[in-house]
Write a protein that binds this ligand. Structure first.
Ligand code: SF4
Length: 376
């Protein structure tokens, strides 16, 4: 398997950062997409369906099974109510007080749970565990925290997962993590870790929470518990690679999946239907992320292959000029929420606003007042 030549040392297929077969880190072809194309020619794509572990794993026999929902979020996902979730994107700015205040406000507005990112683009900010703990203990808010492989070794990841369980946070969302692109001009002087990829981290998380051991089989104190979610990209080209990776993630122990932001129900349904055909049974949460400009929409569509309808793009352009970009976004997202709420394939909605400053939190609150009513 072409782990070597991949800057992130992926062992289980491509990361989510590449675009149309081009590596996220530099301009060369993604070695994993190349490997898939060759396997397709030889009709051997089944080799991409099974999680691969490395020699650092001495616990290799575990086969994680679906579990009874224990966290409030998972009970909602598997129950009659589709949860409305808000994602706080933590950047380098944002104090603990500010983040806690944001969580309090969005929770009061109707969001059922809050997720928190793990240093997007490699820009160090506050560890999401601190505000998550405050929100859970002082405000009683249901939390899910993102964790990436970018900045921690597997030993540090085990410690972090134990802290999650110790704080009573019931859900983690695992991803490989993006390359520290903020430092593009000086990219090789930053040393991201990438000791694991999202599939191996999912498996490690299930070792911790199912068997209460680490990757070496060492018994961990207590009986740590949390549910394990993963990320799914509806725009990966070719989509079958992403679906095969979802098969692996499910085998490694994933219990739910959160999509990258979608702007049409079609993009969501295409992903879920293809996943179901390959035997992926876990629930899917659809993410919505308002765009701040027409230019941003064009960039996502042309560079990342994101499906963005013409009418939404034109609406962004018009309302940018008029200064109504956020209220236009809220109306568009409410309409999309109505369509998604009627689909049985949708198990919840995650609303993402980048940052916690400016009008973005007000925008989320405005959206939540109506969206929570639509989903209930
Ligand atoms: S796009 Fe991701 S998986 Fe592919 S070569 Fe680059 S870092 Fe590796």
């Amino acid at each position: 398997m072409p782990r070597y030549g991949c800057p992130k040392r992926m062992l289980n297929g491509p990361c989510g950062g590449g675009s149309r077969g081009v590596c996220e880190v530099d301009e060369r072809r993604c070695v994993w997409v190349e490997a898939y194309v060759k396997a397709l020619e030889k009709q051997r794509t089944h080799i991409f369906e099974y999680p691969l572990l490395d020699a650092g794993f001495q616990m290799v026999e575990h086969e994680p099974r679906p579990r009874e929902p224990r966290s409030t979020l998972m009970k909602m996902i598997f129950g009659d109510m589709k949860p409305l979730i808000y994602e706080v994107e933590l950047g380098p700015e944002g104090s603990l007080d500010e983040v806690a205040e944001t969580i309090k406000r969005v929770n009061e507005a109707g969001f059922d749970a809050v997720t928190m990112t793990d240093n997007p683009l490699g820009a160090a900010g506050i560890d999401p565990l601190a505000p998550a703990a405050v929100a859970r203990f002082l405000l009683g808010v249901e939390m899910a925290v993102h964790v990436t492989c970018r900045d921690r070794s597997r030993a540090a990841l085990v410690s972090w997962l134990l802290a999650v369980a110790g704080l009573g946070i019931g859900n983690v969302i695992v991803s490989t993590g993006d390359w520290p692109l903020l430092y593009r001009d000086n990219r090789w002087s930053i040393h991201p870790v990438f000791d694991l990829d999202s599939v191996r981290l999912t498996y490690l998380a299930r070792l911790v929470t199912d068997l209460h051991v680490d990757h070496t089989g060492r018994r961990l104190l207590g009986e740590p518990f949390f549910h394990v979610g993963v990320v799914a990209n509806p725009y990966f080209d070719p989509l079958d690679i992403e679906i095969l990776k979802l098969v692996k993630k499910q085998r490694a122990g994933a219990e739910f999946a959160v999509t990258q932001p979608i702007y049409t129900t079609g993009a969501f349904l295409k992903l879920v239907k293809a996943a179901r055909e390959r035997g992926v049974e876990i629930p899917f949460i659809a993410s919505l992320a308002p765009l701040k400009s027409y230019r941003h929409a064009v960039y996502l569509a042309e560079r990342m292959g994101v499906e963005i309808p013409e009418d939404y793009r034109e609406g962004l352009k018009r309302n940018e000029v008029d200064g109504n970009i956020w209220s236009y976004n809220v109306e568009y997202m409410k309409k999309l929420t109505e369509e998604l709420a009627s689909l049985e394939e949708v198990s919840g909605i995650l609303f993402i606003t980048h940052g916690i400053h400016g009008g973005v939190v007000d925008l989320a609150i405005d959206y939540a007042r109506e969206a929570s009513r639509i989903l209930k």
